[in-house]
Design a binder for this molecule. Structure first.
Ligand code: LFR
Length: 482
């Protein structure tokens, strides 16, 4: 039989990719990028939205290219797994049509509905059941802003892609856990809140777990892509952060992780949720991970701050390469001004350098105008936010951690990794940069019976296939291969 390969569709806030993943039995995961495409929020129909039609066209382009690469290699694409950012959804009618381009969580329409939702169900009650951190854009607040849900179903973005590929409507559980309508203990929809918020019982399709089969491809998708008729869509940790955490190459249980990209997701993995009032006040979340684990974490601001600054500087004609900018930032002395990187005031796209300077001014300090100074402020602030959050996670869970794994785009940022080691006082192990796609592929490979084992064993495969970089705390800029 031809060699089995897996297609991973992994779409982030700023770019998407279709990859082929190969999983030899003992030597790690290898990923081949087949198609890469840009993504970003767009002003459309009076709101900040995702151009979903364009994204889906790119997905089909990528799958078509993947089919031809596999055919040329004599390989068989066993299944397709899909992950994207969380909370956002498209509304689909009975005929299966997407009724509008999905809103982005960066749109501010849900700000006005928070009070109404909390009047119907108190934040304490919501947290005690769902364990979800409060973010103004959680799905429940967005749904409350919909004028009319009659005859419509909300499909989270990865589920919407899976639906268009297979015709099957499901809600993948790790992503369901970011809606604010999912019971963290039972692992089921919190139907009592659907009623209290006057949301239809079937506003979401039924749940599906990572590793379960969503369905086979629709005839028109087979025609468009040239994929063979037995290709399946398999549910993975469709929340990108769930897939990334599944691929943290941790050797022991006492690890902390930072999934560092547009956002930084900072926390630990637990077997059971922590739903205490102290946890709610600290705004920690209990999102669901692969294999029913709990991703106990907090959203700390992320490299969005940096990418938005770069966008603003490029518009002014300043185009220094990022590596040079980071080198200049690294050369600046420690102890400069800091901001609170998770301030919701940074969520919307707008002139980021000005907003950062204003935030520094509010602390009584002054931030020099030079881009390098702004970049250093972002890095110092992120590292401080990481350290603060890890301390809180240890306190709230009663656990201690001995190492911090950084995965995702931020793992390539040497300055950020070193500052994180210094701020946390713990060694940082950086990589893989494509943890999300690796987690996506590994869950598919396990569903196909190609690899066996629990998360710890999947993580060994990631470690075997990645060159990890280790940063020691202490200020000294020493780093060594581990
Ligand atoms: C990261 C992420 C975070 C989620 C945010 C919005 O890509 O999925 O986990 O809080 O995006 O969906």
């Amino acid at each position: 039989a031809p060699n089995a390969v897996f297609a991973a569709i992994d779409i982030g806030a700023s770019s998407g990719r279709v990859m082929l993943g190969r999983v030899p039995p003992t030597s790690g995961v290898s990923l081949e990028t087949i198609h890469r495409f840009p993504n970003g929020v767009v002003e459309l129909d009076g709101g900040l939205r995702w151009d979903f039609d364009a994204l889906f066209a790119e997905v089909l382009k990528g799958l078509t290219a993947a089919a031809s690469v596999a055919a040329t290699n004599g390989e068989r694409i066993v299944s397709i797994g899909i992950d994207t950012w969380a909370v956002d959804y498209g509304l689909v009618n009975d005929a299966g049509e997407l009724t509008a381009q999905p809103y982005s969580y960066r749109d501010e329409r849900s700000r006005a509905t928070v009070e109404r939702v909390h009047a119907a169900v108190s934040p304490e009650k919501l947290y005690a059941a769902t364990g979800l951190q409060y973010l103004q854009f959680n799905t429940l607040y967005q749904l409350a802003a919909e004028p009319n849900l009659e005859g419509l179903q909300a499909l989270l973005i990865p589920d919407l892609i899976a639906f268009l590929l297979t015709g099957e409507r499901r809600t993948e559980a790790t992503n369901a856990s970011t809606t604010g309508l999912f019971d963290a203990v039972a692992g089921e929809w919190a139907t009592e809140f659907l009623d209290a918020l006057r949301l239809p019982r079937n506003v979401f399709p039924p749940l599906i777990q990572p590793g379960e089969t969503v369905g086979t491809l629709l005839p028109e998708i087979l025609d468009r892509t040239g994929l063979p008729a037995d290709t399946k869509v398999v549910a993975v940790g469709s929340h990108d952060t769930a897939s990334a955490v599944a691929a943290v190459p941790a050797a022991d249980q006492d690890f902390a992780y930072i999934s560092s990209g547009t956002w930084s997701l900072v926390g630990v993995e637990l077997a059971l949720p922590v739903l205490s009032e102290a946890s709610r006040k600290a705004n920690f979340t209990n999102e669901r991970g692969v294999d029913g684990t709990i991703r106990y974490l907090r959203n700390v601001g992320g490299l969005w701050l940096l990418s938005e600054c770069q966008r603003a500087w490029a518009a002014e004609g300043y185009t220094q390469a990022l590596t040079a900018l980071l080198d200049s930032a690294a050369a600046l002395p420690a102890g400069g001004p800091q901001i609170n990187a998770d301030d919701p005031g940074f969520t919307a796209p707008d002139n980021m350098p000005d907003r950062i300077r204003a935030a520094v001014r509010n602390t009584g300090a002054v931030l020099p105008d030079r881009p390098a100074a702004v970049v250093r402020c972002i890095m110092d602030s992120l590292a401080a936010g990481y350290a603060r959050t890890l301390c809180d996670a240890e306190r709230l869970t009663g656990r201690s951690t001995s190492v911090v794994h950084i995965v995702g785009g931020g793992s390539q940022n040497r300055l950020l990794c070193q500052l994180t080691a210094d701020a946390t006082g713990k060694p940082v192990i950086a990589g893989p940069v494509e943890a999300t796609a690796q987690g996506n592929v590994l869950v598919q490979a396990r569903a196909a019976g190609l690899v066996k084992g629990n998360l710890a064993e999947l993580r060994e495969l990631v470690a075997a296939g990645t060159e990890l970089e280790r940063y020691e705390p202490a200020g000294a800029l020493q780093s060594s291969r581990s």
